[in-house]
Design a protein around this ligand. Structure first.
Ligand SMILES: *Cc1c(COP(=O)(O)O)cnc(C)c1O
Length: 390
């Protein structure tokens, strides 16, 4: 492979998982072929997003869906939709709207660095709840009544960051939100697998769900999905598409954009900053079909096989296997942090999952490893074992 060496950029071995910093994972040949084919012809982007909406709707159970440039872009577009609705004047104002600054309520323990994408739409995040269970001070977290008490006339949505330990449950948050006529926007960027989550969050009543395309779905690194309520998805795509044409000549696909609900044509929106290319869109759809068609068991078996093959190459290394949603190998080392640096500075550089370095462990995530990576990874691990003082 010459492309990276021609650019003078060394390749790395990605045992960390599909993080943006390490360029995500790799694409299946079918996804690459679809992207290459898509690159050779032009289409109307609104028609292509309308086709995407049909595929995403079928797979997620949502009324509509669009391909985005990532889950973060989905959060930006989804928030913009909650602020502007189908009002082109308000779309044009974003991120500064007249009147009180729009508010999005979020449980304090769910705050994270990715919610910058929500704030980028011009809203103020209003935190509720005291996460005692994280502070070690108790068992409680935010409660539904605290969300209800924070709702004001400026509230436009509730943000829910989904994970197995998120509290209150999504169903509880949806109940409060809908009682007050507010939408729930779910950040589910990394909540796949299980594959059932493609439908479960929508089924629990979420109005908008953002998934990352570059993580487990194994789509293009700069891709994602935003799916949910038809009117909100319509607002999101209106703020993302290039609409530089005349109202009379505009004939958008009816399953995605209902022209009759608009007083006129919106201008370039906030989401123009995260426009989606046709190749990315097609690649994501093919990857999504493949992801949805594979069972969690089959995926797990593939990943376990990769880890097995690695273990077989270095029988002297005492890994312990973690059977989690994504299985990982853990290796306890006396100087795990130094070992991590040594691996990163090796040739080829090896990036491991550093989330337990503070516990003296390096973790190997199989999802972005190819069989051809394994001998070099095994050598690098053998080397740090030899050089690691006992
Ligand atoms: C990865 C991640 C994102 C961002 O996803 P992209 O597809 O890279 O934009 C957002 N939120 C959470 C919780 C994530 O883990």
């Amino acid at each position: 492979m010459a492309i990276y060496s021609d650019l003078g950029v060394p390749r790395i071995i990605n045992a960390k998982g599909p993080s943006t910093r390490v360029s995500g994972g790799f694409l299946a040949p079918e996804v690459i072929a679809a992207m290459a084919e898509a690159a050779t012809q032009c289409v109307d982007m609104a028609e292509l997003q309308a086709a995407a909406s049909r595929v995403i709707g079928r797979i997620t159970g949502a009324e509509a869906g669009i391909v985005t440039t990532g889950a973060a872009a989905g959060l930006l577009l989804g928030t913009a939709a909650c602020v502007a609705g189908l009002n082109p004047a308000r779309m044009a104002q974003l991120p500064d709207v007249t009147g009180p600054q729009p508010e999005v309520i979020v449980v304090r323990s769910q705050r994270n660095a990715y919610d910058h994408a929500v704030r980028a739409a011009g809203v103020r995040l209003v935190e509720v709840g005291l996460p005692d269970r994280y502070a070690g001070a108790g068992v409680r977290d935010a409660e539904p009544w605290e969300i209800a008490a924070a709702i004001t006339p400026a509230t436009v949505a509730i943000l829910y960051v989904d994970s197995s330990h998120s509290r209150p449950t999504l169903a509880e948050v949806v109940a409060v939100a809908h009682e007050h006529g507010l939408p729930v926007l779910v950040d589910a960027a990394a909540q796949l697998p299980p594959v059932s989550n493609l439908q479960a969050l929508i089924a629990a009543g979420a109005d908008l769900v953002a998934f990352s395309g570059g993580k487990a779905i194994s789509g293009p690194q700069g891709s994602g999905i935003l799916c949910g309520r038809r009117d909100l998805i319509m607002s999101a795509i209106l703020q993302n598409l290039d609409l530089d044409l005349d109202w009379e000549h505009w004939n958008p696909p009816a399953n995605l954009i209902d022209k009759h609900r608009l007083p006129g044509l919106p201008t370039h929106g906030l989401g123009r900053t995260c426009k989606v290319g046709k190749e990315t869109l097609v690649g994501l759809l093919v990857a999504l079909e493949r992801f949805a068609a594979e069972s969690d068991d089959s995926r797990q078996r593939r990943w376990l096989q990769t880890l097995d093959e690695l273990c077989a190459l270095v029988p002297e290394v005492a890994f312990s296997l973690r059977l989690e949603t994504v299985p990982r190998l853990a290796l306890a080392l006396p100087h795990a942090r130094q070992a991590c640096f040594a691996l990163q500075n090796g040739s080829p550089a090896v990036h491991i999952d550093p989330s337990e370095l503070h516990l003296g462990k390096i973790l190997i995530n199989p999802t972005c490893l190819q069989t051809s990576d394994l001998p070099a990874l095994a050598n690098a691990l053998r080397e740090i074992m030899i050089n690691s003082p006992a």
